[in-house]
Design a binder for this molecule. Structure first.
Ligand code: NAD
Ligand code: TYD
Length: 338
């Protein structure tokens, strides 16, 4: 089997490519990535010389390049991770999220349809369901109530992907996962930012009251779930992927401080995110029922492994922070307090 993976130089995509090649999930993997600020070729160093691995630097929105690539490579399956994935960035500057998440998905679906790709997995997020009142949790039929430009662009791309099944019979699955964490995550999302700041004795900026709830999923568990959906998912269906670990942000930050051995005085309350979703809650009963998948990593073990990884990869953190991200961070966050 030849798989075409988009966004394979990012956090989750690179975990998928590393794991798939190491464990022999496919005969060949072509990784298509534009290498934005979030895409880092170093994330693929462990498998860079694997004989089954190929890399193409390209923008998924470039229709000519995608048509040519699909015609040349004739992949058996597409696993589509590439996206502008950060809510705060999409709030400060929505255009890249709309461009890549909507136009890019459209371009790939068209290329896949024209070259008759047998399988297309569109990787999406639980954020499309919006904020969920307790005690409810979202199953796959829950209404879409996206709050941010990021989540709205993902909800739009989910519908587009599903329309290619209904209209053209393209064998599409949509996965909607909860918040991921683990090694190689760009330090702009909650867990890697807090770990990186704690290790540097810098303030940990908690938005608002810190009581917002997220469900945490270890990245390797997510990648195994995607493989299950790719191989066993029913055509034209959605599958939720949750970590079964709901925690308020402040509790996550406290656990990070304990794991790094740093004091709670580093916690700094900052202004809340506009349109901040209070609670995400997901049911993955369908995925477990249909494929047997369940998350294997407990949050405490996963967090410990993640902290250890960041502790031993300070050069990676310095490197990814040295470019565009640092300017963005300094412009938007460095002086924010309540
Ligand atoms: P990421 O930001 O770490 O990586 C995104 C990758 O896509 C980068 O390598 C980037 O270079 C590439 N990319 C961006 N625009 C591109 C373009 N126009 N053409 C080609 N490549 C492009 O993201 P991530 O956290 O690994 O998320 C991957 C996918 O999983 C996304 O679709 C995201 O919506 C989804 N998701 C993420 C989470 C999470 O917690 N991070 C949770 C659920 C779902
Ligand atoms: P984030 O990692 O950006 O993921 P998402 O917004 O997609 O859920 O944020 C997770 C939660 O942490 C969210 O409620 C916002 C909050 N947060 C902070 O309190 N401080 C921060 O510096 C960041 C990046 C996030």
């Amino acid at each position: 089997m030849k798989w075409l993976v988009t966004g394979g130089a990012g956090f989750i995509g690179s975990c998928f490519v590393r794991t798939a090649l190491t464990e022999g999930w496919a005969d060949r993997i072509i990784n298509v990535d534009k290498l934005t600020y979030a895409g880092n070729i170093e994330n693929l160093e462990p498998i860079a010389h694997h004989p089954a691995y190929g890399f193409v630097q390209a923008d998924i929105c470039d229709a000519d390049v995608m048509e040519e690539l699909f015609a040349r490579e004739a992949p058996d399956a597409v696993i589509h991770f590439a996206a502008e994935s950060h809510v705060d960035r999409s709030i400060h500057s929505p255009a890249p999220a709309i461009y890549t998440n909507l136009n890019g998905t459209f371009t790939l679906l068209e290329a896949a349809r024209r070259s008759k790709v047998a399988r297309f997995v569109h990787v999406s997020t639980d954020e499309v369901y919006g904020s969920i009142e307790p005690p409810h949790e979202a199953d796959e039929n829950y209404p879409l109530r996206a709050s941010s430009p990021y989540s709205a662009s993902k909800a739009g791309s989910d519908l587009l992907a599903l329309s290619y099944f209904t209209t053209y019979g393209l064998n599409v699955s949509v996965t909607r996962a909860s918040n991921n964490y683990g090694p190689y995550q760009f330090p702009e999302k909650l867990i890697p930012l807090m770990i990186s700041n704690a290790l540097d004795d810098k303030p940990l900026p908690v938005y608002g009251d810190g009581q917002q709830i997220r469900d945490w999923l270890y990245v390797e568990d997510h990648c195994r779930a995607i493989r299950s959906v790719l191989e066993k998912g029913a055509p034209g269906e959605i599958c939720n992927i949750g970590g079964n670990c709901s925690l308020p942000n402040l509790e996550v930050v406290r656990r990070i401080l304990r794991a790094t051995g740093k004091p709670e005085t580093l916690i700094t309350r900052v202004a809340d995110r506009p349109g901040h979703d209070r609670r995400y809650a997901l049911s993955s009963a369908k995925l477990t029922r249909e494929t047997g998948w369940e998350p294997a990593m407990s949050f405490d073990r996963g967090l410990e492994a993640t902290v250890e990884w960041y502790r031993h990869n300070s050069q990676w953190i310095r490197h990814v922070k040295s470019g565009e991200y640092r300017q963005f961070y300094e412009l938007n966050y460095s002086n924010r307090t309540v």
